[in-house]
Ligand binder design. Structure first.
Ligand SMILES: [Zn+2]
Length: 534
């Protein structure tokens, strides 16, 4: 007589075909990056730590009881909240209409659309504990001793990465007050670890040895970053979050493979204009986090940051803005409305003229992907020695924090419009400028300044050599118009650009300032705004 499966003794003692599923709590803990935990101590903006309580009625011997769950609390034990740290079960969020919102605690702008969840999860899964976190707080500057110890352990980490072909280098919160070129330079030689196993590799298992470097330098109190970092061609992810950087050099344009960049929580007043070369349509940078920083405040967006895919709706919105512009009651926000009109006009034009090829689902349409030029500040005009020309506005890079750098009135202002009637605009460099360029090209430009160290040295030469040092330390300067190297800029201004979709930002920071320099007034006068040459 055949026994049914239930009554068969063999079936009763048969082991299950697969291990029982882990409790949901367990799998959640496992998914948490171990490095996140490592760095939670001493880091001012990492996640609140999680602890569990043993005050449940069961004794220690009862730990074996199945389904017993320890109580979990967030934060310190003396001020715990009596609620679970996270919901054990996550229900997928319903797909909502695209609306950008700001999470005030994170210091990061993220879209609330469900399609962006994948990006968030991807970021969370990557081993970078402090890329995102709460708004940075003031830190005590690292002492020299801390710095030396930090350098030593950073060097160890880098050597381990080089040794094992690890592409993700986490140097976050290591008290690195400064970083030397010697520390970063070896990373240029890193090659991806070849995955060699016992089996013969299949055709599709071959991969390039070229690494996709990820470097995390957040929470170190850095005031400057060595040039060697801007020369790492294979860098794909860079986090400089929560440092003390006041400027990002134009050399960032060298990082052509950069896909994610975090500059939040620094002291930046502008972004380098060259950063625009790294974003769409030609660049690969798709995730850029820049808030909070101390940016020059430009205009603000009027209304909500929503752009319909329906051109009729966009036309309607545009006519509403135009009506509001003529409304005397809204006179106070005229400038704001003008910026919004400029933005909508450009987006609508792109929408109508671009190839209407269907955009793959979850992908941002091409017309939204590229940044939109809005306006610029008046052009600061410099003489050959760097002194300001008569009636020139203050260059934004020299303005003190108290001086506000205001955009020219009316959206759409360009240097070409402003400099059209200027009589003396040339592209020919001065003899002094040519001498500085020649000096910068010598084998030891940094020693030249030593020849002019006494009191009687001509001030003009000393100032020129100091400017040359600054230019060299920033990785050299290339004119943003003619792409020729220069030392002393002839013109400088700030351009305000809006990034419609791929940059996660809110209405407050929807127009970002980009500092732009040109080698001469002739070059500046050729800028119509809105073009980013490669
Ligand atoms: Zn030029």
């Amino acid at each position: 007589m055949a026994l049914s499966r239930e009554s068969s003794p063999a079936a009763l003692f048969e082991p299950p075909s697969s291990p029982p599923p882990l409790p949901s709590d367990y799998s959640r803990k496992r998914s948490r990056s171990p490095t996140l935990h490592d760095h939670s101590q001493g880091s001012s903006s990492s996640d609140a730590f999680l602890f569990s309580s043993d005050d449940a009625p069961e004794g220690v011997e009862n730990y074996e009881i199945p389904n017993r769950k320890k109580r979990q609390y967030v934060g310190t034990w003396w001020a715990h909240e009596d609620k679970p740290a996270r919901s054990p079960k996550r229900t997928p969020r319903p797909r909502a209409k695209k609306k950008l919102s700001r999470n005030n605690d994170s210091g990061v702008w993220l879209s609330s659309e469900s399609s962006d969840d994948s990006a968030i999860e991807r970021l969370a899964a990557a081993p970078r504990p402090v890329l995102f976190g709460s708004v940075p707080r003031a830190q005590n500057p690292p002492t020299e001793q801390d710095n030396a110890a930090g350098h030593a352990s950073a060097n160890e980490k880098i050597q381990a990465c080089l040794e094992n072909g690890i592409e993700s280098v986490d140097l976050s919160a290591m008290h690195l007050g400064s970083i030397s070129d010697e520390l970063i330079q070896p990373l240029a030689q890193l090659i991806r670890n070849p995955r060699v196993g016992a089996e013969v590799p299949k055709e599709d298992s071959y991969q390039s040895f070229t690494p996709s470097l990820k470097i995390f330098l957040s929470q170190n109190g850095l005031r400057a970053v060595p040039m060697s970092l801007w020369n790492l061609e294979n860098l794909s992810v860079l986090s400089l979050r929560n440092n003390k950087l006041e400027e990002i050099p134009p050399a960032i344009a060298n990082l052509k493979n950069l896909t994610e960049l975090n500059l939040a929580g620094n002291k930046l007043r502008w972004l380098p204009w060259e950063l625009l070369r790294l974003v769409a349509p030609s660049g690969k940078l798709t995730c850029l986090n820049v808030t909070p920083n101390r940016f020059f405040q430009g205009g603000k967006f009027s209304g909500t940051l929503e752009f319909s895919d329906d051109s009729q709706e966009m036309v309607k919105k545009l006519s509403d803005f135009r009506e509001a512009l003529d409304d005397p009651e809204q006179a106070a926000s005229r400038e704001q409305i003008a910026w919004s009109i400029r933005l909508y006009e450009t987006l609508l034009k792109r929408m109508e003229t671009r190839d209407p090829a269907p955009t793959p689902r979850h992908e941002c349409p091409a017309w939204k992907r590229e940044p939109v030029y809005i306006t610029s500040t008046p052009v600061a005009r410099m003489d050959f020695d760097g002194s300001l020309q008569r009636n020139s506005p203050v260059p934004p890079s020299r303005a003190s924090r108290d001086v506000s750098i205001l955009p020219a009135a009316g959206a759409g202002h360009t240097p070409a419009m402003e400099l059209a009637n200027l009589p003396n605009k040339t592209r020919v460099p001065s003899l002094f400028e040519l001498s500085l360029r020649a000096a910068a090209g010598t084998s030891s430009p940094h020693t030249l300044r030593n020849f002019f160290s006494d009191e009687s040295s001509p001030k003009l030469v000393v100032r020129g050599l100091e400017e040359m040092e600054r230019a060299l330390n920033a990785g050299g300067r290339i004119c943003s118009v003619c792409s020729k190297p220069y030392i002393q800029p002839g013109a400088e201004w700030v351009e305000y650009w809006h990034y419609a979709d791929t940059l996660f930002c809110g209405a407050e920071d929807s127009f970002l300032p980009f500092l732009r320099r040109a080698c001469s007034l002739g070059c500046a006068a050729a800028v119509n705004g809105g073009e980013v040459q490669q």
